[in-house]
Write a protein that binds this ligand. Structure first.
Ligand code: IPE
Ligand code: IPE
Ligand code: MG
Length: 238
């Protein structure tokens, strides 16, 4: 296999450990989230450098609403500020911003900031940055099933014609390939409701590093780790 083939086309990251990073320093949890911005920049730079085409970042799960209001509010504020501050640099780097998840639960202000970032970066050719916001896989699949059931109910789709492809095309990720590599920082080894359908044949990597400490070198390590994996997709490799 050529080196080029060993570069994952789509890397997805569960950015975990911000709270623990802050707590270990005697800081408030929100300070850990702020410290989690720089690793996003580093990962993007590294992803573009390696020729990764899609980078999905799990930034807020549907379950994260259950955290204290002050932490949720701080995260919402951080999303708004970050997309505004980072958009010029994203445009410069040719990064197109897209989102998955149910954004209808966000405030008008947050929705507007997110929509503006998508509009202003549209057409970026280097990499698509997919932010998973108010995302969970079960929520996404439930919404997809409702959409498909609607087509069956209105007679535009026969139940017998539902295929894996119908489902793929009804998910928030319809426009993107499945992730080749999923990284979760902080040593936790679980998916926490992230891309469950799409992760069917993804390689998984769980480094111990907390997200605020994640550097370009760690991203390079993820790419090296991926290159060592033998992907078989259920068939026999020669
Ligand atoms: C990940 O860090 C960021 C979000 C979930 C928004 P955490 O806030 O989950 O950090 P830990 O897991 O408590 O250390
Ligand atoms: C997953 O992390 C969600 C994000 C990183 C946005 P959590 O910290 O919310 O997941 P659990 O609670 O440890 O499973
Ligand atoms: Mg966590």
């Amino acid at each position: 296999m050529s080196d080029q083939k060993r570069i994952p086309q789509h890397v997805a990251i569960i950015m975990d450990g911000n709270g623990r990073w802050a707590e270990r320093r005697g800081k408030e949890r929100y300070e850990g989230h702020i410290a989690g911005i720089e690793p996003v920049r580093s990962s993007l730079r590294a992803a573009v450098r390696h020729g990764v085409k899609y980078l999905t970042l799990y930034a807020f799960s549907t379950e994260n609403w259950g955290r204290p209001a002050a932490e949720v509010d701080a995260l919402m504020e951080l999303f708004c500020q970050s997309v505004v501050n980072e958009t010029p640099e994203l445009i410069r780097q040719g990064v197109e911003v897209r989102m998955i998840g149910d954004r209808s639960r966000f405030s008008e202000k947050v929705q507007q900031h997110l929509a503006r970032a998508e509009e202003q970066t549209a057409g970026g050719k280097a990499l698509t940055l997919i932010l998973a916001l108010n995302y969970s896989s079960r929520d996404e699949i439930t919404r997809a099933v409702k959409r498909i059931a609607g087509h069956v109910a209105d007679g535009t789709l026969a139940a017998g014609q539902i295929s894996e492809r119908t489902i793929c095309e009804s998910l928030d990720t319809a426009a993107y390939p499945d992730p080749d590599l999923i990284v979760r920082t902080s040593g936790e080894q679980r998916l926490s409701n992230f891309l469950l359908w799409q992760a069917s044949y993804a390689e998984l990597w769980f480094p111990e590093v907390l997200w605020p400490d994640f550097t370009e070198k760690d991203f390079d390590r993820a790419i090296e780790e991926y290159a060592r994996r033998d992907r078989r997709f259920g068939v026999l490799n020669k």
